[in-house]
Design a protein around this ligand. Structure first.
Ligand code: C2E
Ligand code: MG
Ligand code: MG
Ligand code: MG
Length: 265
């Protein structure tokens, strides 16, 4: 990274055929074998009631512990899984494993992130139903997290798919809300159950910006539309207090618990 004269951050261009490319290649061949080698793991992070602190849900976050390459970050390997199409079998495993673990959590829900390929792949409804049947998890205890960019690729298909998914009884949350175009027409066109306000808004609270007003408005909108509102990325008790005052009912962040293996509510 370097700053140009105007203070704009300019990313260095990747060297073609250089070390960057061979690292990507070894990651890709490692990922191709990771499922059969049992190198994937789910870490679960709680979503808690802002007032009582009680967990209402746990988000399943994929971890890859490669025998050859060590622990790799999802930011690095999820785009590679997506690009190679491996996200479909891996995402299927995530769904089954998340439902299996959550079956022992009482009334606490489990949240699973979906990628574009899974969402548009054609048999998502069947995959979800299979995971539910296999684990005997009640459908209303499974929530699927989707993003705006995922729906933007084909809004008409997305509406149909979400409608079909809703018919199975699962919940659907819009993740990273506020980072995309946040097109309000989505909110009335898509049968969503809630919104997760992106961490960047929580961070902005401290800088005396307008984030507080925006969060408050999202909470009010949530009440009117019957949407559950979650804020992500809470790290400090100051943030917790501010978000409680702003009326955000459900919170998620390191302050309440880091993602961890074998989490129990
Ligand atoms: P996300 O769905 O928005 O998940 C929240 C991310 O924020 C997680 O990063 C979580 O560890 C992190 N986080 C939670 N609380 C805090 C906090 O207080 N402070 C900070 N700085 N970060 C916090 P993680 O686990 O690295 O995952 C990154 C992204 O990778 C996720 O963002 C999600 O988009 C994607 N991802 C993870 N697992 C899966 C999966 O199974 N399938 C798909 N398709 N995507 C996944
Ligand atoms: Mg998520
Ligand atoms: Mg999120
Ligand atoms: Mg986020």
């Amino acid at each position: 990274e370097a700053k140009d004269g105007a203070g704009v951050v300019v990313a260095a261009a990747p060297a073609v055929g250089g070390a960057g490319r061979s690292v990507t290649l070894s990651l890709e061949s490692g990922l191709a074998r990771a499922l059969e080698r049992n190198e994937f793991e789910l870490h679960i992070q709680p979503l808690v009631d802002a007032v009582s602190g009680r967990p209402v849900s746990g988000e399943a976050l994929l971890r890859w512990n490669s025998a050859a390459l060590g622990r790799r970050s999802p930011a690095e390997f999820i785009p590679l899984l997506e690009r190679s199409g491996l996200i479909v079998p891996v995402g299927d495993w995530v769904l089954r494993e998340a439902c299996r673990q959550a079956a022992g959590w009482g009334d606490v829900r489990v949240a699973v992130n979906l990628s574009a390929r899974q969402f548009m792949g054609g048999d998502l409804v069947e995959t979800v139903q299979r995971a539910l049947r296999g684990s005997r998890l009640e459908p209303e205890r499974l929530e699927l997290e989707i993003t705006e960019s995922l729906m933007m690729q084909s809004p008409e298909r997305a509406v149909r798919l979400l409608t079909d998914l809703k018919r199975t009884g699962v919940r659907v949350m819009l993740d990273d809300f506020g980072t995309g175009f946040s097109n309000l027409s989505y909110l009335h066109a898509f049968p969503l159950d809630g919104l997760k306000i992106d961490r960047s808004f929580v961070v902005a609270l401290e800088h005396g910006e307008r984030a507080g007003g925006i969060i408050e408005a999202i909470v009010q909108m949530g009440h009117k539309l019957g949407l559950e509102i979650v804020a992500e990325g809470i790290e400090t008790s100051e943030q917790h207090l501010t978000l409680q005052k702003l009326g955000v009912p459900i919170l998620q962040g390191y302050l309440f618990g880091r993602p961890q293996a074998n989490w129990q509510p």
